[in-house]
Write a protein that binds this ligand. Structure first.
Ligand SMILES: [Zn+2]
Length: 178
């Protein structure tokens, strides 16, 4: 969808009003054509303020849930709109299960997510595709610490996906660049 990607571009240029306008035009064209809303419009638009929801930029995204179902929680950072969408959990790959059960590959300490840590995670993701990250207690003890937030932040910066968050650890995956 051309208009949607243009909206995201405007958002990155810090022009939320233009971003909303592009989304609005896109939606009205779809309505006129009586077309079913395609993906970014269906799930990645704020239903309150009309902003395109880009994880790490205009939205926070969390995945909550148990074995069978996950709940995708999206929150618009501009207006605070929150949406919870339950969906069946995709079967976890063997690699992801192994990472969840195994030892951590990287540790994040008191300094938090530094450039060095990001580089290390980036390199390991490139090598292994799936990695487990442990956040040390020294950082977890901090008052405003939020492991979901840290996991999403790292994932957004490196183009990775949060596969699992539990206790002081999270698992990331990323497709290898060819
Ligand atoms: Zn909004």
């Amino acid at each position: 969808m051309i208009l949607y990607s243009e909206a995201v571009k405007q958002l990155r240029l810090n022009r939320p009003d233009r971003a909303r306008r592009y989304v609005g035009i896109g939606l009205s064209l779809l309505a006129k054509a009586k077309a079913k809303k395609p993906m970014p419009y269906r799930r990645w638009v704020c239903k309150n303020c009309g902003l395109p929801l880009v994880p790490g930029l205009s939205a926070t995204v969390r995945v909550r849930g148990d074995r069978k179902y996950v709940i995708l929680v999206r929150r618009c950072v501009f207006c605070g709109w929150v949406s919870r969408l339950p969906m069946p959990r995709k079967k976890r790959s063997k690699k992801v299960v192994e990472a969840i059960q195994g030892e951590a590959h990287v540790r994040i300490g008191k300094q938090g997510v530094t450039e060095g840590v990001l580089k290390e995670i980036d390199r390991l993701l490139e090598d292994r595709g799936v990695i487990k990250v442990k956040v040390l207690k020294s950082l977890r003890r901090k008052e405003d610490f939020d492991i979901d937030k840290v996991a999403e932040e790292v994932a957004a910066k490196l183009g990775a996906r949060v596969e699992d968050v539990r206790g002081g650890t999270f698992v990331l995956s990323r497709r290898k660049k060819k």
